[in-house]
Design a protein around this ligand. Structure first.
Ligand SMILES: *Cc1c(COP(=O)(O)O)cnc(C)c1O
Length: 233
């Protein structure tokens, strides 16, 4: 029952991703769908895995730890998509494929230190506060060049790209403009970044705006609600 609903929802989301990718001149395969299962427990999350999605996003570390343990051994790639406190780095790092929300130099330094300690090279995305909302995390666009220069100096960290969220009050037109600004920022940073930094990935777009984000250059979308339409929390 639940698995049928989830399969239908995934098919619909994939269809919209494919259409948006076409608009952006990309193929469906170039977009990574990160399934955000934070509203549901491990059993519903298992249904998402059974439907074939292995890139799973969690924003609360506690929940990520628990699910990673319960759902171990299935080739799941865990994405930490929310703000991470430094005291949660140690337990989180061994579990995750990609950290989306590297939002301060203090956090990045902690991740670097821990990655070196456990001999891991940690892929990270640097979060940009593109909307300028005061209660949003992330770096200002203007400081990104120096942030990337600092990241280049940190052992154990590999910057793969940028992450952003549209402002809460931005509406869809505002979101489109903000996503476009992210693409322009990515293009500009590509011309000035240090060699060791890679800026291929742009993680942006959620249920309400992932198609717009892809049209504007997103390579990863973090979709939660749309995968669970029709399922009670
Ligand atoms: C919850 C969350 C999402 C998914 O949001 P939906 O609206 O459920 O698609 C994406 N990114 C982050 C950082 C989130 O916390």
């Amino acid at each position: 029952m639940i698995s049928g609903i989830i399969e239908n929802n995934i098919a619909e989301v994939k269809g919209r991703i494919a259409e948006a990718a076409k608009v952006a001149g990309k193929s469906f395969q170039e977009i990574t769908l990160v399934a955000v299962c934070k509203y549901f427990d491990a059993s519903v999350t298992q249904a998402v895995v059974d439907a074939g999605l292995l890139d799973l996003g969690e924003n609360r570390p506690q929940q990520l730890w628990e699910k990673a343990e319960t759902l171990d051994g299935q080739g799941i790639r865990w994405h930490q998509i929310g703000h991470l406190q430094r005291n949660k780095v140690r337990r989180t790092l061994p579990l995750i494929t990609l950290m989306h929300a590297a939002d301060s130099l203090r956090l990045l330094r902690e991740v670097s230190k821990e990655a070196v300690r456990i001999e891991k090279e940690q892929d990270v995305l640097v979060e940009v506060n593109i909307s300028g909302d005061e209660n949003k995390h992330g770096f200002n666009p203007e400081e990104m060049e120096s942030v990337l220069n600092e990241c280049e100096q940190m052992a154990g960290i590999k910057v793969r790209g940028l992450m952003a969220m549209a402002g809460l009050g931005s509406g869809l037109d505002g979101a489109r403009r903000e996503f476009e600004q992210m693409r322009l920022l990515q293009e500009r940073l590509l011309t000035v970044k240090p060699d060791g930094i890679e800026l291929r990935e742009l993680s942006m777009g959620m249920s309400r705006d992932y198609d717009i984000a892809i049209e504007q250059g997103a390579t990863m979308v973090r979709v939660g609600n749309s995968l669970f339409n029709g399922i009670e929390r």
